[in-house]
Design a protein around this ligand. Structure first.
Ligand code: NDP
Ligand code: X2W
Length: 312
């Protein structure tokens, strides 16, 4: 069976990488709109309703509009890469390792997680769920992203002459990723989030520093690592690294695309302080790779088909 897929926003950063991952996959046929019609509402309505799966790679408002263009009684299923529906009623949060692959497979509306939340939730959600970390802790997240994370506009800015060497942002303390981090980790308070961008095209490091010794549960860093290793034992996309000390954690300026999610727990000698670190490609598990993983699940195909994983 061939599944008809329409990528709305196919000319954008996320859309292009999804199409690249689907190249040569005979299970799918892509519905495409030429440049003159790709923003034409009528043409998009037709393509959206003809598709078995529509993947929305659009700004939030355009993604909401796309959903309205789809006949709810029709057969089109949706994967939304934008942040429009990540905490919305009736949408499945497309993080199969956390919500269960079966729930994604059965869903008609799937919201792809944000790139930073993928790192944060990958680390924190299982530990809160298993009771090792408190739900009412005031979590802090420090993160650095490659500039493709900001789509075409930020790519242009970082590839122009006089581009910044470093950009910290989010100083309104109201980043659009806060609601999904809180909700899908099951937290009582919004996290304090400090994102930044460096002149590397892709890649991101998301870090949660924790004073474990100040928690009532007083967990040891090694226990957190063991818990994550067990939680992700059968997850082909997630690697929980063994106990180690690294001198540094790097983002390369020209990394190859990767759809994996790497998790590290670094603890001090006594284990009462820890730095929980996720490393991923914002365009891989942070966007396009996650969309393809979810597409595979919706279509009843092997979860990692077409993904760029070290062992694949
Ligand atoms: N980049 C990343 O790492 C990640 C992105 N996302 C999310 O994915 C979505 C897409 O992001 P990204 O690919 O980076 O953004 P881009 O700006 O690179 O691409 C967005 C695309 O959508 C097109 N577009 C805008 N409005 C419409 C419309 N009304 N109808 C049809 N097409 C339209 C744009 O057209 P034009 O080319 O003319 O501007 C552009 O090609 C966003 O919601 C983003 O937040 C999620 C996770 C990570
Ligand atoms: C570097 C950069 O600008 N990143 C984007 C997030 C990219 C992403 O995850 O997209 P969603 O917002 O759709 O989740 C930002 O902080 O707004």
């Amino acid at each position: 069976m061939t599944h008809k897929v329409f990528i709305d926003g196919a000319a954008g950063t996320t859309g292009l990488e999804i199409a690249e991952r689907l190249e040569g996959r005979s299970e799918f046929s892509l519905i495409t709109l030429d440049d003159a019609r790709r923003k034409d509402t009528g043409a998009r309505r037709e393509a959206l309703n003809e598709a078995d799966v529509a993947i929305l790679c659009l700004p939030d408002d355009a993604a909401r509009e796309a959903v309205e263009l789809i006949d709810p009684a029709g057969g089109t299923r949706v994967i939304d890469a934008s942040s429009a529906h990540r905490t919305a009623e009736g949408w499945c949060y497309g993080f199969p390792e956390l919500v269960g692959a079966a729930r994604v497979s059965d869903a008609r509306r799937v919201s792809n997680p944000g790139c930073y939340p993928t790192g944060f939730l990958g680390l924190i959600a299982p530990l809160v769920r298993e009771g090792l970390l408190p739900a009412d802790w005031p979590y802090t997240v420090n993160a650095v992203s490659g500039y493709s994370g900001g789509g075409k506009a930020l790519i242009e800015r970082f590839e122009a002459e006089g581009a910044p060497a470093f950009r910290a942002y989010g100083y309104d303390l109201a980043h659009k990723h806060l609601p999904e981090m809180k909700e899908h980790a099951g937290l009582e308070h919004p996290v304090l989030f400090a994102p930044s961008v460096v002149p590397a095209y892709r890649g991101m490091i998301v870090e949660v520093p924790l004073h474990l010794g100040a928690m009532e549960s007083d967990p040891h860093a090694d226990a957190l690592r063991d818990c994550l290793a067990e939680f992700y034992r059968d997850a082909p996309v997630v690697t929980v690294h063994e106990k180690q000390v690294v001198g540094e954690m790097l983002l390369e300026t020209d990394s190859e695309p990767s759809d994996g999610l790497e998790l590290f727990i670094f603890g001090n000698e006594g284990g009462w302080n820890a730095r929980l670190v996720a490393r991923l490609d914002n365009l891989g598990k942070g966007a396009s790779g996650a969309a393809v993983q979810n597409l595979n699940l919706l279509c009843g195909l092997p979860e990692t088909a077409g993904l760029k994983l070290p062992s694949a």
